[in-house]
Design a protein around this ligand. Structure first.
Ligand code: C5P
Length: 222
């Protein structure tokens, strides 16, 4: 007996960010982080399976997707991710920001490889734009914006502050205080905090199962 596919997101346009950003220092060096992109890609696949039309803005990762409902825009830096997101967001119903965006980038890019010289070298960094907060600022009443928060102290409190400051509709809190959860892992343990104050706590699960929980939550907000 075959079961009917769940197409709860049919016709919905969803922007998802995934992976790290690389901030170039010179032609051979960058500042990056250990994000694997697995959470964002799992979300893209799960929502695409549920009928959504996905635009996945991806930083450099070692995973890929060939789902027919997923269009991937590859970027490298936070500025490139910001530009891509700002361009497509007006056409979107939902945005889920799962990328680990670098908070800072080198103030200057050196077109030549920086030479080893003195005993110390100081790199000046400047703040990157906050993509989630920028979408929160421009979103209209019908659009839903979901962010992530990776915290290791005062987790719930910090996540609530993030939800408020970035004008998000929900924050997915990842704890760093759980082996097997978060960066580079196959599993994640999340708590979802909604704008209306509701809090949903989930056990440690695979990222695909976590993505399904997030999808269910977003569905209730539509
Ligand atoms: O402020 P923090 O980096 O902890 O916030 C995490 C959330 O904000 C994630 O959803 C992340 O994708 C998003 N973010 C962003 N642009 C940044 C920094 C974070 O979209 N520059």
């Amino acid at each position: 007996m075959s079961t009917l596919p769940n197409l709860s997101f049919f016709g919905k346009k969803v922007l998802i960010t995934a992976g790290p950003t690389y901030e170039k220092i010179d032609p051979v060096r960058y500042i990056g982080n250990y994000s694997s992109g697995k959470m964002g890609y799992a979300l893209a696949e799960v929502l695409a399976d549920m009928g959504a039309d996905i635009t996945l803005v991806s930083g450099p990762v070692h995973i890929s997707t060939n789902h027919p409902n997923i269009k991937v825009i590859f970027i490298e830096s936070a500025i490139q991710m910001y530009d891509a997101c700002m361009q497509v967001f007006p056409q979107m119903d939902i945005a889920i920001m799962a990328a680990a965006v670098a908070d800072y980038r080198p103030a200057e890019y050196s077109a030549n490889k920086i030479k080893k010289k003195d005993e110390s070298l100081t790199l000046e960094l400047v703040k990157n734009p906050d993509i989630l907060a920028s979408l929160g600022d421009i979103k209209n009443a019908g659009q839903i914006v979901v962010g992530f928060a990776l915290e290791n102290n005062n987790e719930l409190e910090n996540a609530k502050i993030k939800l408020h400051n970035k004008k998000a509709d929900a924050i997915v809190l990842n704890t760093l205080n759980n082996n097997g959860a978060g960066f580079q892992h196959e599993t994640n343990q999340i708590t979802i905090i909604l704008k209306n104050g509701a809090i949903f706590e989930f056990p440690l699960k695979t990222k695909v199962e976590v993505a399904k929980d997030i999808a269910e939550c977003v569905l209730k907000m539509l």
